[in-house]
Design a protein around this ligand. Structure first.
Ligand code: DGY
Length: 329
């Protein structure tokens, strides 16, 4: 039987599925440090990860390893150059999380715009004495301008929801999306600078790459309206969190919603000291149904990539399909 590592706690019934095909080494404890992950990968044919960094050293130490299946759509935890050089397949879990993640983008954006967290903390602290005409004034979403940075599948799902709020949608993306999609979403393609200047609510939904590290820093925040909000459901590192703290403190922008952070799960401690921010622990895809779908899709990818199950040899979501069928190097 081939051996696999499941690097994180996941749904036990998915582990049972994997056990039908593989000898499973399941880490049910804390996130493994890099040296433990490398050690436990060393004799494995495949692995299922969820954001765990896998790079050249781990691949070199695991000569039998043929596939690493990430339970996430984002795979910036994989060094894809090393995967390609070693002929190791990486897989991810796109699509199944689009709608839940888009819903959550809205939840954070609305919470930031309407000061939900800030007012709730204030109420819980027993500070509510009277109704006030100027208590926690926020900004409207209805009829405002939504700026989507990253118009992939999740960005499109997010933009689609803007119709019900009668919002104007502007977007920026590496490349313009098909005209039919623009027409369906009633979305206008603009430069990043134009988007930052015009949007009332900016939402980041782009994948993390070295090139878009700190896509939003002090210079970009300076372009935004003082009444605007910024929501990040993409990846930590796309926003310069220190610059954001400064912009929120100085009211350069009105509010922010962050689900992802530089260096998470550790946070820039200054983020905890600004009131006009909503902070959540990377849960945009976290509904029961979606996390189950992600776990099962990650298992499907692993099973198929290791030549088992009904899709043997044809994993649904290869990231680097060119390595399929090539000998490990
Ligand atoms: C993803 O799928 O990339 C989400 O951020 C969960 O990690």
């Amino acid at each position: 039987m081939q051996k696999i590592l499941v690097a994180r706690p996941i749904f036990p019934d998915v582990i049972e599925r994997l056990k039908q095909y593989f000898d499973v080494d399941w880490n049910q404890g804390e996130v493994m440090p890099a040296d433990e992950l490398t050690r436990r990968l060393a004799d494995k044919d495949g692995a299922l990860t969820a954001g765990d960094p896998v790079g050249a050293a781990a691949l070199a130490a695991a000569p039998r390893l043929r596939v690493v299946s990430n339970m996430a759509v984002g795979y910036n935890n994989f060094d894809m150059a090393a995967f390609n050089a070693s002929n190791v397949l990486g897989t991810n879990t796109p699509d199944v999380l689009n709608e839940s993640t888009a819903d959550f983008g809205w939840a954070l954006m609305m919470a930031a715009a309407r000061r939900l967290a800030e007012s709730e903390h204030w109420l819980r602290a027993g500070k509510w004495q009277k109704w006030a005409y100027d208590g926690f004034l926020g900004s409207d979403l209805y009829g405002s301008t939504l700026g989507v940075v990253g118009m992939g599948r999740i960005g499109q799902a997010l933009a689609r929801r803007a119709k019900g709020f009668n919002m104007q949608v502007i977007y920026h993306n590496r490349s313009r999306v098909a005209l039919e999609i623009e027409a369906e979403l009633n979305a206008e393609y603009v430069s990043k600078q134009d988007l930052l200047r015009r949007a009332d609510h900016v939402v980041l939904v782009l994948p993390y790459t070295k090139e878009n590290h700190h896509t939003i820093g002090a210079a970009e925040l300076a372009l935004m309206k003082p009444s605007a909000t910024l929501t990040n459901i993409a990846r930590g590192g796309i926003v310069d969190d220190a610059a954001l703290v400064e912009a929120l403190r100085s009211k350069r922008i009105a509010a922010a919603g962050l689900d992802v952070f530089e260096g998470e799960p550790k946070l820039n401690p200054d983020l905890l000291t600004v009131p006009n921010i909503v902070l959540t622990p990377h849960i945009a895809s976290a509904t029961e149904a979606t996390r189950r779908a992600m776990a099962n899709l990650a298992a499907d990818n692993l099973i198929a990539a290791l030549g088992e199950g009904p899709r043997a040899g044809r994993p649904p979501n290869p990231i680097n399909p060119d390595v399929i069928g090539k000998a490990r190097s």
